[in-house]
Design a protein around this ligand. Structure first.
Ligand code: ZN
Length: 434
């Protein structure tokens, strides 16, 4: 334990990979995160295991896939079992001082399990997701200064790229010079006709001139929020430097899930198991241990984070955790590893499973699609990375093979827990817009 590093986890809500410079985006949204990636390792294929936020963070802390920990959705029917493994609790037992800058425990008590310090500046807001990175940093940085001589695990949950996209005034000049309410722009017509669009009609999706009509403007707002949180990340990392802590701190940064903008007819929030919501950034910096500037291609998922951190601090990984450590990949000790298949689920707005390989993705619905998308989809991720061409009929053999693998995995995991019901069928969706 003597040489174990401090751990700083930066989890950014609704941050998709492909809107960051280090993942090839053209806009300068992410200079600080790009810098962090250059100083460490970056995963090309980090795949969310369960969206939205509650399933994803529960997966992070338990090291378990949602099918195991059972938190597959937001909603009152979900309660995490007392015997579920807890990364913060284990680190605390290993002698770490644990601190979360977060607010998920306001709704679900298990999100503060194992945290000696649980700091929630969103208490000052009516809407908890309105808390800005500056407010979190204003609490996180003094905490680092006063606890930096203890071995610490800090988790900071930034919300800025989560809707509503309301970046501060100083970002308003970025990424857009058109007319957000141009009456001749029809890129959001389908959205405004959708039942969910009606919900948003009187909220943030309007300017003084009326309803927003240009989808590109919403995308620019999202990018401004990424730049906003990136400045927050830069400030936090600079504070780590100033405190002399950067050298012995393992920093992980990732998104909990991505965001749908207009792809696949999905706009607003994060629905659908497409790459827009599943593929999130993941980067890790640990000076002298993780080679700078490395890029990792194997697939990884959120339940791999806890085992990775436990290996990094020399703690045992509980057998109840489904994830596996990717530390050897991060440090360059291993080239092979990662996942041959990544299985994901969503179950708040829609109830779907997906199975992703390096080449293909199968998506399977357990309830009607909220946007009228097909209930079985197959995509060739190499030839068609934007997932426009559903091959489920054309490549029926492959679709059947992947579907059998997915159903087999679900059945096997349920049988191992002595359960019969698919939790996505049991839970259904929270919305009934019919
Ligand atoms: Zn989230």
């Amino acid at each position: 334990m003597k040489d174990s590093p401090n751990i700083l986890v930066i989890a950014i809500d609704s941050l998709r990979a492909d809107h960051l410079g280090c993942y090839g985006y053209q806009r300068p949204t992410s200079p600080a995160m790009d810098g962090l990636a250059r100083q460490g390792a970056r995963a090309q294929q980090f795949v969310c295991a369960g969206l939205p936020t509650h399933p994803s963070f529960t997966t992070l802390y338990t090291g378990q896939h949602p099918i195991t920990h059972g938190i597959v959705a937001h909603g009152p029917r979900n309660v995490l079992g007392r015997d579920a493994p807890s990364l913060p609790q284990i680190l605390m037992d290993e002698g770490y001082t644990t601190c979360a800058l977060d607010n998920l425990a306001t709704g679900r008590i298990w999100f503060r399990r194992g945290f000696e310090f649980y700091i929630d500046p969103s208490m000052r807001h009516t809407v908890y997701i309105d808390v800005a990175c500056e407010e979190l940093n204003a609490r996180a940085i003094p905490w680092l200064k006063s606890h930096g001589d203890e071995r610490f695990f800090m988790m900071v949950h930034y919300w800025d790229p989560h809707w509503p996209f309301k970046p501060p005034e100083r970002y308003q000049h970025l990424f857009y010079d058109g007319n957000p309410t141009d009456p001749d722009n029809h890129s959001l017509d389908a959205w405004w006709k959708h039942p969910l669009g009606a919900v948003a009609r009187d909220t943030w999706m309007r300017t003084r001139d009326g309803l927003i009509t240009d989808a590109a403007y919403i995308s620019a707002l999202y990018d401004r929020e990424i730049r906003h949180v990136d400045d927050g990340v830069g400030e936090l990392l600079a504070a780590l430097d100033d405190c002399g802590l950067a050298e012995n701190t393992l920093v992980l940064l990732f998104g909990d899930h991505g965001e749908s903008l207009v792809e696949h007819g999905i706009f607003f929030d994060h629905h659908g198991l497409y790459e827009t919501t599943l593929r999130v950034p993941f980067m890790a910096r640990w000076p002298n241990r993780i080679p700078a500037g490395s890029t990792l291609s194997p697939m990884m998922q959120h339940h791999d984070v806890a085992p990775t951190l436990l290996e990094a601090v020399g703690a045992l990984v509980p057998p109840e955790m489904d994830g596996r450590s990717v530390l050897p990949l991060l440090t360059g000790q291993a080239r092979d590893g990662g996942r041959k298949q990544a299985i994901s689920c969503e179950c708040t707005w829609q109830a779907k499973w997906s199975l992703r390989t390096d080449e293909h993705k199968l998506i399977l619905a357990r309830a009607p699609d909220l946007y009228g998308n097909p209930e079985r989809e197959l995509y060739d991720l190499k030839a068609d990375p934007d997932e426009h061409r559903n091959l489920v009929t054309e490549a029926g053999g492959l679709a059947a093979e992947l579907e059998a693998a997915l159903e087999g995995w679900i059945a096997e995991r349920l049988a191992a827990q002595g359960r019969a019901d698919d939790p996505l069928r049991a839970h259904g969706t929270s919305l009934n817009l019919a």
